[in-house]
Design a protein around this ligand. Structure first.
Ligand SMILES: Cc1cc2nc3c(=O)[nH]c(=O)nc-3n(C[C@H](O)[C@H](O)[C@H](O)COP(=O)(O)O)c2cc1C
Length: 230
């Protein structure tokens, strides 16, 4: 296999929802997971777990739950409508690929669940008075940054899959029925499932990833002052 540059991987790792049911060797999943655990996390806490579901019956059941959760999500997608920056064709492609996945999540040979056991807050009584006075702010801060300790690992999964020629996409619809997912897989109560990522050999081709232009979203020095490049 020829090695991809990291920039080529970033620019071509589009959401791959149409995946072949052909098996993926465990050794490749090990490489993907080993990339996931290289990600940064707040305080290097590494409070993460990664569940790789290969068992066909479990995948089918996860597919059923994803379908049910996506039916709930559909009303929210419909109400939000098309983001202004997407063309009608781009939006239609995303929606039809998304709906394909509603039916086929369980057909992917591997379903990865990046999970997090959020670290407990510092005990109130052990804090100095100044910190006790802003305890609620501190809890809000911890809640605010929680996902930031798993999302880099998820992106490493996306890029490692891309490097190996595997397709994947981060999905979160299942959270609407997370209790069923946790019961099915025996996930402890204090562990959160952060995503459900199908992994498999893609039917279509990778990239390029289209995004809003840099000029619209990147600023130089002050908010609103356009970044000079591209
Ligand atoms: C936090 C998050 C949640 C997502 N949830 C879903 C989902 O539930 N179902 C789905 O089909 N795609 C989901 N996606 C995939 C996005 O729709 C996709 O990344 C986006 O449309 C960009 O696709 P592209 O890289 O092919 O342009 C999710 C992505 C992120 C980052």
């Amino acid at each position: 296999m020829t090695e991809l540059s990291v920039f080529e991987a970033i620019h071509t790792a589009r959401a791959m929802r149409r995946l072949k049911p052909d098996p993926v060797p465990d050794a490749l999943i090990t490489q993907v997971l080993d990339a996931a655990i290289r990600a940064p996390s707040a305080g290097n806490a590494q409070s993460w777990f990664f569940l790789a579901v290969r068992d066909a019956a479990l995948r089918a059941e996860l597919g059923r739950i994803y379908r049910k959760a996506s039916d709930i999500a559909a009303a929210s997608y419909a109400a939000r409508g098309k983001p202004a920056h997407l063309t009608e064709a781009q939006f239609a492609r995303m929606m039809s690929a998304g709906q394909y996945l509603w039916e086929h999540m369980g057909d992917a040979p591997v379903l990865l669940l990046p999970c997090l056991r959020p670290p407990p807050p510092p005990p109130y009584d052990s804090l100095p008075p100044a910190m006790q006075a802003r305890y609620q702010d501190e809890l809000d801060y911890m809640r605010r940054i929680r996902g930031a300790s798993i999302y880099p690992a998820m992106q490493n999964i996306v890029l490692a899959c891309r490097a190996l020629g595997l397709g994947t996409v981060p999905t979160t619809n299942h959270l609407r029925c997370e209790a069923e997912v946790k019961a099915l897989l025996g996930i402890p109560g204090d562990v959160e499932t952060c995503a459900l990522m199908p992994v498999g050999w893609p039917v279509g081709t990778f990239g390029p990833v289209a995004r809003k232009p840099l000029a619209e979203v990147a600023f130089a020095d002050r908010w609103g002052a356009g970044w000079p490049g591209r």
